[in-house]
Design a binder for this molecule. Sequence first.
Ligand SMILES: [Zn+2]
Length: 233
Amino acid sequence: MFKGKKLFLIFILSLNIVTSYNPDKMPTVFRTNKKEVALTLDDGPTYLYTENILDILKKYNVKASFFLIGNRMREHPEMVKRIYLEGHDIGNHTYNHLRLDRFEPNKIEEEIIETNKMYINILGFLPKYFRPPGGRFNNIVYNTIKENKLFSVGWSINTGDFLYINQEVNEEYIQRRVARIISLLEKTLKPGSIILMHNGSLISVQALPEVIKYIQSQGYTFVKLSEVEEFLL
Ligand SMILES: [Zn+2]
């Protein structure tokens, strides 16, 4: 029994060494005594979906927080401006959407700094928030974002609103995925939840109004990350 436990511990420790993955340093929820949640929208701006997403947020009067990819910001600076001007929060989601825990410190720094440069070029100021692609995090990432005065934010509810490659997409399939997202929210939504969605697919665009309507129907309001007083791990 004891030996089994010891082996298990060694296994866990070796996993930790291999991936250097330390999710403990990234907050995933926030403290609140009100029925509030934060909606985060990653991987924009995209040519096909970001405008639609902004239109939906405007229609339902919801403010969200966008984690933008540097090379997409370069392609669509006008969308970055629109996101900001419509009152949403914005954050750094690296330049090439790389899983940072696989890279050397200088590459990690480059991914973060190049995206910050995009913010300076397009909006004239630096973002405050950072989210590592795939949530992949290690001590080097942590130190680099700290040096660059960024604050990392994870999520507690991953809606899984993306499409896998080679997925057959028709209306029925999309509706099934949307229903699955709502059922996930029914089970997991609570005050202080941080919800992860994306700018990347038709599922996001079709799910977003349903997600907002469901959350509002439960008496919740949406806050931006900058309105949060205290994040929790
Ligand atoms: Zn992402």
